[in-house]
Design a protein. Structure first.
Length: 136
């Protein structure tokens, strides 16, 4: 249920990400200062090595599954809105889905009955054929 909480509470995840990135940046700055750099130069060098906080934040956000789920829900809402506004397109889309699903169901039923379950008898998998040939 933690994933549901994370999906609902995006602001705390952003705050936690910001804190963590700032911690790493401060550690990098401290390492440069310990190496003998002046504080201003150490900060500039750490930012250059880090590559910018916003870029790193975007990379981290792209790896989270919640972003993909959020994008999917936005796409779904957009599709519903578009179909609601254009009744003809909605009718054609529903009709196309119905024909496609029914055709796939019919094809699966035919292939299944012909290939996997060809005889409707009990123990049909044990049936054998006997061929008698003239050996002259």
């Amino acid at each position: 249920m933690r994933w549901l909480r994370r999906l609902r509470d995006k602001s705390s995840a952003e705050t936690q990400l910001d804190k963590e990135l700032r911690f790493h940046l401060e550690q990098q700055i401290a390492d440069h200062i310990d190496a003998g750099m002046p504080p201003g130069e150490a900060r500039r060098q750490a930012l250059l090595e880090f590559g910018g906080l916003e870029r790193v934040k975007e990379e981290v956000r792209d790896t989270r599954w919640e972003i993909h789920l959020d994008a999917l829900s936005r796409d779904f809402r957009y599709a519903i809105r578009t179909l609601r506004n254009d009744r003809g397109l909605c009718f054609v889309a529903v009709l196309t889905l119905a024909v496609g699903i029914s055709a796939a169901t019919v094809m699966f039923s035919v292939v299944y009955n012909l290939r996997f379950d060809p005889f409707p008898y009990k123990g049909a998998d044990r049936l054998a054929t006997i061929n008698i040939r003239n050996l002259k």
